[in-house]
Ligand binder design. Structure first.
Ligand SMILES: NC(=O)c1ccc[n+]([C@@H]2O[C@H](COP(=O)([O-])OP(=O)(O)OC[C@H]3O[C@@H](n4cnc5c(N)ncnc54)[C@H](O)[C@@H]3O)[C@@H](O)[C@H]2O)c1
Length: 261
């Protein structure tokens, strides 16, 4: 259940990839704290089925808007940001969350597939930052949150392009933090560990992989070692709120301690 409060009352947020998984958790958490939330995604409803994120927000008395968006397309991102500003009058919080992975050895991975991952995971984040910053610069305020990964710091085999893309997101976050700090804009990243979403579904049945992950994760919540989308949502609320005003260019790992070893 999403926590209710007023920490983001009057704020307007965009969440890319907000139709499912982590983005959905973030969108619901921001809305639960009073923000109007614009979801930009290539799909409207979660792949696992159920009510779409904006209907969920509206059913709880919140404000939401869905804009069909492909973050890899510049015109699509421009439309997303413009629609949010037109509908709600401003933009305070930009969460660049949409991301994909392709699990293949380097021998199998094609140049086109590598480029597709970069287009969504890196260029998509850049475009989201670029066009959100246009509005935030006029307002002299704003909070940008980029979804990086525990694989921004470490790696596994067979996900070379993904690891490369997530390390790039951290570099971009720091560069933009420095460039926009004089304007009162914060740019930070969240680095989730293994989070239970459609994205990690291919691993759920992989017993040896899961056993290894479980062994390396010291924390448990209600007996569960995987992170939940609402855990990431709560971190996003913190980074979107005044509580993080003196934080920029940094990243928060939410991984149950996986990286602590
Ligand atoms: N799940 C994890 O374990 C995990 C761990 C670390 C980081 N992350 C990152 O968190 C983010 C969200 O992952 P998730 O687990 O919720 O995945 P997910 O597959 O459940 O959700 C991703 C969402 O992004 C959307 N999307 C994909 N391509 C898009 C595009 N081109 N334009 C717009 N939307 C697009 C999808 O439609 C989907 O709704 C990703 O950036 C991922 O790399 C996930």
């Amino acid at each position: 259940m999403t926590e209710k409060g007023s920490r983001l009352e009057g704020k307007v947020a965009i969440v890319t990839g907000g139709s499912s998984g982590i983005g959905r958790g973030v969108a619901l958490s921001l809305a639960g704290q009073g923000a109007a939330v614009v979801v930009g995604d290539i799909i409207k409803a979660p792949r696992e089925g159920g009510r779409d994120t904006v209907s969920e927000i509206q059913a709880s008395g919140g404000k939401g808007l869905f804009i069909e968006t492909d973050v890899a397309q510049e015109r699509s991102i421009v439309n997303l940001v413009d629609s949010a500003v037109k509908h709600f009058g401003k933009l305070d919080i930009m969460v660049n969350n949409a991301g994909i992975n392709i699990i293949k050895t380097v021998h199998e991975l094609t140049g086109e597939e590598f480029a597709r991952i970069m287009d969504i995971n890196v260029k998509g984040v850049f475009l989201g930052c670029k066009y959100a910053l246009e509005h935030m610069t006029k307002q002299n305020s704003g909070k940008i949150i980029n979804m990086a990964s525990n694989f921004s710091f470490t790696a596994l085999g067979n996900i070379c392009a993904y690891v490369t893309s997530k390390a790039a997101v951290l570099g971009m976050t720091k560069a933009l933090a420095i460039e926009f700090a004089p304007l009162g804009i914060n740019v930070n990243a969240i680095c989730p560990g293994a989070t239970k979403t459609e994205f990690t579904r291919p691993f759920w049945g992989n017993t040896s992989g899961m056993e290894e992950l479980e062994k390396r994760t010291p924390l448990r919540k209600n007996g569960e070692f995987m992170v939940s989308p609402s855990d990431i949502g709560k971190t996003a609320v913190f980074l979107a709120s005044d509580d993080s005003d003196m934080m920029t260019g940094t990243s928060i790992l939410v991984d149950g301690g996986w990286n602590a070893w």
